[in-house]
Design a protein around this ligand. Sequence first.
Ligand SMILES: [Zn+2]
Length: 201
Amino acid sequence: MPAVESQLEALWNILKQKAPILRPKIIPRGYDDEQLSSLCNSTQFQLCNLEKQALELTHGRCSICDQEMRLAARLATEWSFNFKELVMSLNKLMVLCSTCYELTDLEAFLTKTMTSHNSELESQLSTFCKLNGYNTENPVKRALYVEECYSIAYSIKTILSNCPKLKIANQEFLQLEKKNTSDILSILQLPQSAKDQASIS
Ligand SMILES: [Zn+2]
């Protein structure tokens, strides 16, 4: 395997090992979840309807932490990688509680850790550690562990974003395909402009 591909694979394996349950999302440019929101709002399908369907399928529970969600639920994409072929695939759609959603948002959460030090951030760092089985009462160790995970994710994203051979593939959304498959799949067809922006080759 060429150098870049094996470097990416090694980084990804470390990240999966360090953060097996809740990881910052790595999404190519032009495919972020905001794009999904604007797409849904611009069609006959509304994001809130899709969220409702997704919530029914998860029985009102967060796809990551399994907590019951009485309040805000957010839709989020999950991507899988084939580093050997340098292909990223849209893997599935998840419905997340607001805490998990914020923690999976790589750049927004990195910015937050650099700009705020409050009890809300402490509680989010603690959730990230607990969900991933990293148990420590030491706040410094906790912060270092989280920083390491986000730095690895950021490195992968940076390498991928600058990789001219990167290809994007759409796949069916596994969690939602049992219900209204055709509706959901049509919602999840990404607009051509986003495809152009992301497939650099
Ligand atoms: Zn959650």
